[in-house]
Structure formats: C-alpha cells, structure tokens
Design a protein around this ligand. Structure first.
Ligand code: NAD
Length: 438
C-alpha cells in the first residue's frame, strides 16, 4: 500500500502556497547544524575535514586529494557502455552550454562615451558532486561542462569518500572527471566540502565559487557560507511536479513520480491534476510499481512524506497557478497541447514537455543542465549554466568632451545626494567650479 496524501484545492480561492506539500526540515533550520562544522574547517583545516569525514561518512582519510593514478585507473576500468553514455551526455551538454555563452557588447551611450559589458570567467571554482545515498557521475558532467565552456581557469571537484572503494569517491565519478580532463579531485563530502572550498584547507586552495547539487546539509552550508564564497542556486533534495489532465498516461506519471522519489527520502513528488480518475489510476500504478523498484523503501518513504502529494484542482488554469506557486525544480507538463501549456509556466527550474521528455532524460542526456534550484528558489533563480561562471563587468570609457557634456547632470545628482566631492571629481577634469578656487 502506497500512502500519498491528497490535497483538494477545488473550488477554493486560497493561496496555494499555504496548502502545497513542502519538506518539514527546511534549509534555514539545517544552517544551525552546519555552522559549527564549517567553523571547524575554517579554523582547523584538514584535521577538521578528516574528523568530520570519519563522523559522517565512516571513513578515516589519510589525505583529502585523490591521486592522479586513481583517476587514470578509474577511466581504464570503466564499463564501455557507461563510458559511451557519459561521452554522449558530455557531447549533448557541450552543444547546449556552448550556445549559452553571451558575447561581449559595447554600447555607444553618447559621442565619445562607451560602456562595454565584458563577460569574465570566475578564476577558481569548486564543484560539488553528491555521493551519499546514490552516486552522481552525471553531476560531474553537469558541473564541469558549463565551467569549462565559460573558460574557468582552475576547477576542482569534490565528492564524498566511499567505504567500499578505499575512501575514494565512487570510481564512476572519478572516471567522469578523467574523461573531462579534471585533475584536481578531493574525497570530501557534505557541508565540510563546501567549507573546504570557502576557506581553503591543506592542498585545496580556496575557491571563488562553489556549485553543484547536494543534500540538505550541502544546501545549508552553501546558504551559510554565501558571501565568503559565491554559490549557484540552492540545489538541494530533488523535486518533481507534474501538471497532468485526463489525456495523461497514468503509467508515465507514476514512473516519473517514482524516478525522483528514488533520490532521497526527503525528495518531493507532486502531481497536480484536474482529473480524479487520473489521480486514482496513478495511485494504482504506484501500488504496482513501487514494490518492484530497487529502492522501494526509499521511494515509499519519499512518496508518503509531507513533501509529496496529489493536488486536485478545478482545471488546468488553476493547475498552472498551483505549479507557479510551487516553483518546482522539475516540472513535467502532460496535458492536451502540452507545449502551449508549458509556454505559460513562469516558475520552474526546468520544464519537460509532453509524454516523451521525462525528467530522467534531463538528468542524464537531454543536453540540459540537471543542477537546478529547489525549495521554491526557482521563482528567483535558474539552473546551472555557463552564465553562472561568468561575471558581467562594465568597462566605462568616456573622452573629455563626452564627460563635459554630462558633467552638469553628475554635479546635480551629487549635490542631491549631499556628496559634493563626487561632482568635484568631474569638474576637476572639465574646468568647472573647484572648491579651492572660491
Ligand atoms: P550528498 O553528497 O549530498 O551528501 C552526503 C554527505 O552528507 C556525506 O558525505 C556526509 O558528509 C554528509 N552528511 C550525512 N549525514 C550528515 C549529518 N547528519 N550532518 C551533516 N552532514 C551529514 O549525497 P546524498 O545524501 O546522496 O544527497 C544527494 C542529494 O542531491 C539528494 O537529495 C538529491 O535529490 C540531490 N540532487 C539534487 C539535484 C539538484 O539539481 N537539485 C541534482 C542531483 C541530486
């Protein structure tokens, strides 16, 4: 028996945000837990990393850096079918991410006065690849490809050590690093890995930015250390929302709800539908599929958690309002005329259109990025992209006449802000009023 809650919003005008399922443990509560761990890494460096790794991963590290020989061996030993799949995933991701790069642009604001927007890559980034309950070589691809396409000079990957692999990250993660030419890899996971990049520790120089998905502790460490280090969006425990009407295939819907529940016991699977008959059929399909899937215990716990549920709405119109309010990491649209419905969505990390674009395709091989905002952050943030690793820097270049033309406006605004020295810095050049000239 699969218990998944039903939330009936039919005939109500209530703000869906209040009624929607969300995890009970949120990132802000988890920040209190990770704060002392991060401070420990800041003050004691590698010693703290070794102790925290023993405590949370059950592994006593002899060093934090993965030797180059281990990367080479992992690639040499990689199953050819997995290697071919990773190569395809890398090729598709490169195609999409190469197209994201924005060109520098110069605007001639006035005769003799230009502003150029130049996109400069971040110098050094730390890329987090999860590896607690599952291992994620696909997240190596999703982190590394956009960073490389952005032109980041120095990039390091970290992933939790695995007991059964001698305290190294999973060999497929190492092989993916080797395939992509990444040589600097650490076997550190969790909040302590984010702190390692934020403060530097031993061989690991501090990074300017850390990106990548992770569990609640990783997301909490990113929130806590934001400012000390740049971060991408908070990409925590995964979420899928599916907006479906009577035309949807209940078996596809059930399979996709399960596919994301498989990530984590706190993963969220939410179906929004105007068809109670579909809701019933999806529950039937869940009852058949869940016991048969390999991680059925984890899936059952995720589906029955407060973060998952079936939301009943009056029609697709109300459904759109609900999914916009929820702002899911992944949103599937399985309605009649799915592309038109998808085009109206405003808040989602990524949108998957119709019966043949499941989230699993995006997880591995659509070419899109799978590092996406969770916990409602999709209403203000997008997923990982080349742009994440670039800073737009304005280059201001005015000549004497161009400055003189606008000088009186600068002086007027400087006076209005009671910052007269700002105006004087302009009139010093254009021959206007000088404070010492009386
Ligand atoms: P993880 O690497 O994120 O976390 C494992 C680490 O957590 C361990 O190394 C350990 O050090 C630390 N840890 C474990 N228990 C702890 C505790 N009580 N206190 C402090 N630290 C602790 O791997 P995971 O656990 O498998 O989680 C991966 C997550 O990434 C899943 O929730 C999955 O849904 C999510 N994910 C999200 C996206 C996205 O784009 N949003 C993409 C892929 C995966």
């Amino acid at each position: 028996m699969i218990v998944i809650s039903r939330i009936d919003l039919r005939g109500t005008q209530q703000d869906p945000r209040q009624a929607l399922p969300r995890a009970e443990t949120d990132v802000s509560a988890a920040v209190e837990h990770v704060r002392p761990l991060c401070e420990d890494v800041e003050h004691r460096g590698v010693d703290a990393l070794i102790e925290l790794t023993e405590r949370f991963d059950g592994v006593r590290l002899t060093g934090i850096r993965v030797p180059g020989a281990a990367l080479d061996k992992a690639l040499a030993d990689l199953d050819p079918a997995v290697r071919a799949a990773l190569e395809e995933s890398i090729d598709r991701a490169r195609k999409v991410h190469r197209d994201q790069r924005r060109a520098d642009h110069t605007t001639r604001v006035a005769p003799g006065g230009t502003v150029t927007e130049k996109w400069i890559p971040v110098d050094r980034v730390g890329l987090y690849v999860p590896g607690g309950r599952a291992v994620y070589p696909s997240s190596v691809v999703m982190n590394v490809v956009p960073a490389q396409e952005a032109g980041v000079r120095s990039l390091a990957v970290t992933s939790p050590p695995q007991k059964e692999f001698g305290g190294l990250p999973h060999p497929t993660v190492l092989a993916a690093c080797a395939l992509l030419g990444v040589e600097e890899v650490y076997s550190v996971g969790g909040a302590q890995a984010v702190a390692m990049f934020a403060h530097g520790a031993g061989e690991c120089a501090r990074a300017d930015m850390v990106t990548g998905p992770g569990n609640l502790w990783v997301a909490a460490a990113k929130r806590h250390l934001k400012g000390t280090i740049g971060i991408d969006a908070e990409a925590g425990p995964t979420e899928i929302a599916i907006l479906a009407d009577s035309t949807a295939d209940a078996d596809y819907v059930a399979a996709d709800l399960i596919s994301q529940a498989e990530h984590d016991v706190v993963a969220a699977s939410v179906l929004v539908t105007d068809d109670t008959d579909l809701a019933d059929r999806v529950e039937e399909r869940l009852a058949e599929r869940v016991p048969a899937t390999r991680h059925s215990d984890r899936v059952r716990e995720a589906l029955s958690g407060p973060q998952s549920g079936i939301v009943l709405v009056d029609d697709v119109e109300q459904g759109l309002a609900v999914v916009d309010a929820y702002a899911a990491e992944h949103l599937e649209i399985m309605t009649a005329d799915a592309a038109a419905t998808a085009a109206r969505v405003r808040n989602a990390g990524a949108i998957f259109v119709g019966d043949f674009s499941p989230v699993s395709l995006g997880d591995y091989a659509a070419g899109s990025n799978h590092v996406l905002p969770t916990g409602g952050c999709a209403c203000h943030s997008g997923g990982l992209s080349v742009q994440t690793f670039l800073r737009g820097v304005h280059i201001v270049d005015y000549g004497r006449d161009a400055l003189a033309d606008v000088a009186h406006h600068v002086v007027a605004l400087a006076e209005a802000e009671d910052l007269p020295a700002h105006g004087e810095a302009v009139t010093a050049r254009t021959g206007g009023h000088r404070p010492d000239a009386g």
